[in-house]
Design a protein around this ligand. Structure first.
Ligand SMILES: C[S@@+](CC[C@H](N)C(=O)[O-])C[C@H]1O[C@@H](n2cnc3c(N)ncnc32)[C@H](O)[C@@H]1O
Length: 269
């Protein structure tokens, strides 16, 4: 989705929601190259929207940058060498890893929750481009986050979001959560299945929401994507990802069988 913000002055949101993600940065960073579908969004769709052509100085915000691999190896390439990227993530360990492995003079990594205006306010009306790759489906309150993005953007600033509406991955997490064999693993643990998975939101839902906020929506499409893995080993590594998200609370003993089960679920024909 790519959108442009026109209206800049509105009352800022003062309500703040704090929530804690149990996300293991080290487990996540085993796969720091994004899925092919995300790469294609950054390297094909965004240039079609005119990103990557500007020679001016952009001030970019990458929301949910994780360990920074995507920011440094893909997003940075779209902007001129005098542009500046603020790359934020709500998990301090992610930012620590990003600073360690993907530091670069043009990128400044910071801890910030896109749903918490109090830490974002410093960039109000400052940002020319917001990009967010595979982050918005983790959010508790997407509407609030979109609105925050709106207030961060300069007049005619642009934002691009790539996130999952529904996935076999989330369907599998739900299957496990509902099975008597595995449900205990989810007691008191957030499953991070997005509302769009249950409610079947289509792209039109997001287009309408953003237009109501004042964005002009330039491109908004839901596309079914199949990410191909080069080997079963690579896929098994990927299917461990839920244990980086939300299931960190699992003990070392329960992780391998739970991971194997998730692998079985997600690889069903
Ligand atoms: C699947 S990772 C994607 C990382 C990176 N964009 C990439 O493409 O590899 C999602 C990231 O979003 C971050 N995240 C989740 N909720 C967030 C929030 N409310 N504010 C900022 N970052 C958030 C997570 O900590 C995680 O690092």
């Amino acid at each position: 989705m790519c959108a442009r913000s026109y209206v800049t002055e509105r009352n800022s949101m003062k309500r703040i929601i704090h929530f804690k993600m149990n996300l293991d940065a080290v487990l996540y960073s085993t796969r720091y190259v994004p899925l092919e579908s995300a790469q294609s969004f950054i390297l094909k769709i965004l240039p079609q929207m005119g990103w990557g052509k500007s020679e001016g100085d952009d001030v970019i915000l990458d929301v949910g940058c994780g360990p920074g691999g995507t920011t440094r190896h893909l997003i940075l390439s779209l902007f001129s060498s005098s542009s500046k990227i603020f790359a934020v993530d709500s998990i301090p360990d992610m930012i620590a890893l990003a600073r360690k492995h993907n530091s670069c003079s043009q990128i400044e990594y910071r801890v910030a929750n896109i749903e918490d205006w109090s830490v974002l306010e410093r960039w109000k009306n400052q940002i020319t481009k917001v990009v967010s790759i595979l982050c918005f489906h983790w959010l508790k309150d997407q509407q609030k986050a979109f609105r925050n993005v709106y207030h961060l953007l300069r007049k005619e600033g642009e934002a691009a979001f790539f996130f999952a509406l529904r996935s076999t991955f989330h369907a599998s997490v739900l299957d496990m959560q509902n099975s008597s064999r595995w449900s205990h693993l989810f007691n008191g643990v957030e499953n991070y299945v997005p509302e769009s998975q249950f409610k079947g939101y289509a792209d039109s839902y997001y287009k309408k929401m953003l237009e109501e906020m004042g964005f002009e929506v330039l491109y908004c499409q839901s596309v079914e994507k199949i990410d191909v893995f080069s080997s079963e080993k690579e896929y098994r590594g990927f299917s461990r990802l839920p244990f980086a998200f939300g299931m960190k609370a699992l003990s070392c003993e329960t992780r391998p069988p739970a991971s194997a089960r998730l692998f079985q679920y997600t690889s069903r024909p």
